[in-house]
Design a protein around this ligand. Structure first.
Ligand code: DQA
Length: 146
């Protein structure tokens, strides 16, 4: 089993960026934690991050062509308005899980709506790094059931 963990714009600045919302740990710290979880579960994870919408779309397509079992995606602010990312998710027949560090449902009005919610298989939000851990666990269990 091979899972792509894809992070969108500004998530490369974790640890620096608005720590009151996103904490003091870095993207490298997050990836290390998820790598440990993956190794313990005996699965493979690949990490990618881009600040560019089209690059995120290319990664989603690539995940399908390279036969990944699923994708964990934090699209950052694209969550709230990128119909192109929404369509990319709908275009690939592999499960995509939406994650957010912060609780987008309790923040500014513009963050409360996700245009990708309808096309993902599950959503985990508001538990900081644990949101990703829950998403990974979800895909591992889903894979085991198949
Ligand atoms: C975020 C929430 C988004 O609203 C924001 O634009 C981000 C991060 C989160 O992980 O909480 O970049 O996706």
């Amino acid at each position: 089993m091979k899972i792509l963990i894809l992070n969108g714009p500004n998530l490369n600045l974790l640890g620096i960026r608005e720590p009151e919302f996103y904490g003091y740990q870095t993207l490298a710290d997050l990836e290390q934690l998820l790598m440990i979880q993956a190794v313990n579960a005996g699965i493979e994870v690949v990490f990618a991050q881009s600040n560019h919408e089209g690059v995120l779309i290319d990664w989603l397509h690539q995940a399908f062509f390279e036969q990944f079992s699923g994708v964990i995606l934090n699209p950052g602010a694209y969550t709230h308005y990128s119909y192109a990312i929404r369509d990319a998710i709908a275009s690939i027949p592999i499960p995509v899980v939406e994650v957010h560090l912060s609780d987008i449902a309790s923040r500014e009005a513009f963050r409360q709506h996700s245009v990708i919610a309808e096309v993902v298989v599950a959503r985990f939000s508001g538990n900081q790094f644990q949101s990703y851990g829950e998403a990974l666990q979800f895909l591992i269990e889903r894979g085991n059931e198949e």
